[in-house]
Design a protein around this ligand. Structure first.
Ligand SMILES: C[S@@+](CC[C@H](N)C(=O)[O-])C[C@H]1O[C@@H](n2cnc3c(N)ncnc32)[C@H](O)[C@@H]1O
Length: 349
């Protein structure tokens, strides 16, 4: 049986993160659910069986995703109406709890099934940081890029060169793009004049999301917080670009994929291993193997066939993500930026 205090605390902890990351609505929903657990309500029963969840926060995210999914699928129902107005004041906590609890009771098979699967996200906002790294690679090598993204989810950030960006007073990209990103920008600018050509793009994931199937796109949408409609809009825009570019993410573990990326030479192109917020999900021995494969490829890299490693990851899990780049020959790590986990703000160093 789930420890009711532990489960409620896990929801409250994630609620604080949601507040901090700009979703007070999700924060409020999770606190209301935590109160239901403390009162011995249906939420305690819903999450029982997940007490061994290694990352308690992921359970909270799955519950939040399951509720949002129901709201997206039934927009004119009581839950859908509250979620559609999520940015406003909405009902008081008691009324909100009544609607949440009723929806869970009426649609229990949906909630049970949703909790079984991992959260699935592909945060397009991270392109607002990564694009500066790709521009830096283009500037430093003067060559087209072959991008290999590990843990790419649906591969939406592999279309980043087709998006439009506003960096303070400066802009970059296709003004007519269906994805427009304007992170809150501090510090200097990436080399916007660089001639960025992404000649090849490939992605891998151990749970790739094929957005060609509507069900999968909906699942990604459900993990966007309902009071962040701009994130939902750019997800949908990025899905249409990914379809146009026919981006495919193969089902493969990152260590195998990175080895294969270096098997065939790529003359007159720079091979880039890229990743965003996925490193922490791999065991340490796999991390070490991947790093060693990249460094070995770096040792044999030349000016006509360089190698780059571009990563947006926290150095320590508690830190904000930082954008780091290494380009071989040379291979010195360059600290390019510090960013909000979803790319909402960027400090270019
Ligand atoms: C938090 S998501 C980030 C997805 C995407 N990079 C983004 O920033 O939106 C982490 C991703 O890493 C993937 N992943 C975890 N371990 C992996 C591995 N060993 N090889 C490939 N992908 C992995 C997960 O399936 C998931 O899609």
């Amino acid at each position: 049986m789930t420890d009711p205090i532990g489960a409620a605390d896990a929801l409250k902890l994630q609620a604080d993160f949601c507040d901090h990351l700009g979703s007070p609505f999700t924060g409020r929903v999770l606190r209301v659910l935590a109160r239901d657990i403390a009162m011995g309500g249906i939420v305690e029963d819903l999450i029982s069986g997940f007490e061994d969840e290694p990352v308690a926060a992921a359970l909270a995210l799955r519950v939040a995703g399951a509720l949002h999914r129901r709201a997206l699928d039934d927009p004119s129902g009581p839950l859908g109406e509250i979620y559609a107005a999520a940015g406003g004041a909405g009902p008081n906590d008691d009324a909100l709890r009544a609607v949440l609890v009723e929806d869970i009771a009426q649609n229990r098979p949906h909630y049970d099934a949703y909790l079984e699967g991992p959260p699935q996200t592909n945060e397009v906002g991270r392109s607002g940081v990564m694009i500066g790294g790709y521009l830096s690679i283009a500037e430093q090598t003067g060559l087209p890029l072959h991008v290999f993204e590990i843990g790419a989810s649906a591969g939406l950030n592999l279309g980043c060169d087709r998006f439009f960006y506003r960096f303070g007073e400066e802009v970059w990209g296709d003004a007519a793009s269906s994805v427009s990103l304007a992170p809150d920008w501090q510090g200097g600018l990436p080399p916007l004049h660089a001639d960025l050509q992404i000649a090849e793009r490939q992605g891998c994931d151990i749970a790739p999301v094929d957005v060609g199937q509507h069900e999968n796109q909906r699942r990604l949408e459900s993990y966007i917080w309902p009071d962040q409609p701009e994130r939902l809009a750019r997800l949908r825009g990025a899905v249409s670009i990914a379809k146009e570019l026919e981006i495919r993410v193969i089902h493969e573990s990152a260590d195998v994929f990175v080895e294969k990326a270096f098997q065939a030479p790529a003359p007159q192109a720079v091979r880039v291993i890229a990743h965003t917020i996925m490193w922490q999900y791999m065991p340490e021995d796999m991390q070490a193997r991947i790093e060693s494969t990249i460094r070995q490829a770096g040792e044999t890299a030349s000016g006509e066939s360089p190698v780059a490693w571009l990563r947006l990851e926290p150095v320590d899990v508690k830190d904000p993500p930082s954008l780091r780049l290494a380009v071989w020959p040379g291979g010195e790590t360059q600290e390019l930026a510090i960013a909000h986990p979803h790319g909402a703000s960027v400090k270019w160093l």
